[in-house]
Design a protein. Structure first.
Length: 52
């Protein structure tokens, strides 16, 4: 698996874990949108001091 593919799966797993979206919904996102969603999840995660 290439780095890009590995990173994509990390992004998919992150969004699926926090938002409980299905695989198709996450993969349908354009990469910049997926990155933005990940960034927003990270902000929320940090703001609430979540440990997981």
């Amino acid at each position: 698996m290439t780095y890009a593919a590995e990173r994509m799966w990390e992004e998919v797993a992150y969004v699926a874990y926090y938002l409980h979206w299905n695989l198709d919904s996450i993969l349908d996102l354009e990469h910049p949108v997926r990155e933005r969603v990940i960034g927003e999840i990270g902000k929320i995660h940090t703001a609430f001091g979540a440990d997981d």
